[in-house]
Write a protein that binds this ligand. Structure first.
Ligand code: AVI
Length: 333
């Protein structure tokens, strides 16, 4: 945990090399396990190394990927109402801060003199970039504490501050990357970290026509394809693997029954692959895929049911009908 009042990115510290090697070991163990499942797969959080995060930021600028812009507009428009729940000496905890622009959109429009914020993200680069973004809010007396940790560990590490109202912000449709049992379990973890009358602000993408979904996840510029294929590049660099990138292509599929967009890497030929640091060699048949991400899409009422079963009560919901995106405010019951 590190605290910043000057809003400067935290300086590198002695734990960085250790974290990097722990991260590589976790990556190797996951690659070994998930690449041997049927279908072959990898957890989507491995998409976000430095290049993957930069590609994701670029995806957010594409006209076909509307989540980021729709959410920012809703945050700006409803910031004052949202901020009411923590305005009295409260704190905001953002899970997965990315480049900090979501929180900045909320705080810049909330009309508060001072705020405490906790940012939780596994990526040190994301935390540093968020601090820089938030530093632009010069009018605001903002005290930011960063936690380079998983969401669960970050929530556990939050200092208990009884009497200080807390708003947990989980934005960007990040919940959509959890499968249904995972979402329910994770919402339970968030609830357990809160006191009754604390709040959760959740941004979630909604079901929309298939052609729109496919353009958002297989864009004509090829950025999403690069974002997906970068996972192979990352395994080559970090796990001494030998994926030939030109033997794979990106595929996005709308799985209507499961209500999710899936990203896959399709093997264009039959090929043997070695992932040496994961002690793994396997054969991919022509057309076989590695499933790299699921993005679940919700209906507004489904969001309410899911979150209320974790011990919250819905207080407000704002929907961008054109982009089909929902921002929902819940109170811990
Ligand atoms: C971060 N996450 C919510 C994005 C999504 O829409 O599932 C990641 C992404 N994958 C492809 N494009 C964007």
């Amino acid at each position: 945990m590190s605290e910043s009042r000057s809003h400067q990115p935290s300086s590198p510290h002695a734990g960085v090399d250790r974290q990097a090697s722990d991260g590589r070991l976790a990556f190797a163990q996951s690659a070994n396990f998930y690449l041997q499942q049927t279908p072959r797969q990898l957890p989507s959080h491995f998409l976000y190394d430095a290049l993957g995060s930069a590609l994701f930021d670029a995806i957010c600028l594409l006209p076909w990927y509307r989540i980021t812009r729709a959410e920012r507009q809703l945050l700006e428009r409803h910031a004052v109402t949202i901020a009411r729940v923590f305005r009295r000496n409260g704190r905001v905890v953002e899970l997965g801060c990315g480049n900090g622009e979501k929180l900045a959109a909320l705080l810049a429009n909330a009309g508060l003199p001072s705020v405490r914020a906790h940012l939780i993200d596994v990526s040190g680069a994301a935390l540093a970039s968020s601090l820089q973004t938030l530093a632009a809010l010069e009018e605001l007396d903002l005290r930011v504490t960063t936690h380079q940790a998983t969401y669960e560990d970050g929530l556990l590490a939050l200092p208990p501050e009884p009497g200080r109202p807390t708003l947990v912000a989980f934005l960007g449709s990040n919940l959509g990357n959890f499968d249904p049992p995972g979402s329910a379990a994770f919402l339970g973890v968030i609830r357990a970290s809160l006191q009754p009358r604390d709040h959760l602000l959740l941004g979630v993408d909604l079901v929309k026509p298939e052609p729109e979904l496919l353009l958002a996840y297989d864009d004509p510029v090829g950025l999403t394809a690069a974002f997906n294929k970068n996972l192979l590049l990352r395994m080559n660099a970090e796990l001494d693997a030998d994926f030939a990138l030109d033997r794979f292509r990106h595929r996005a599929v709308w799985n209507r029954e499961a209500s999710r967009v899936e990203m896959h890497l399709v093997s264009l030929v039959a090929q043997d692959v070695h992932v040496r640091d994961a002690a793994l060699t396997f054969r991919l048949e022509e057309g076989e895929t590695i499933w790299t991400e699921s993005s679940y899409k919700y209906e507004p009422d489904g969001i309410r049911r899911l979150v209320e079963s974790a011990g919250f009560a819905q207080r407000d919901q704002w929907i961008d009908e054109s982009a089909r995106f929902a921002l929902t405010l819940f109170e811990a019951a």
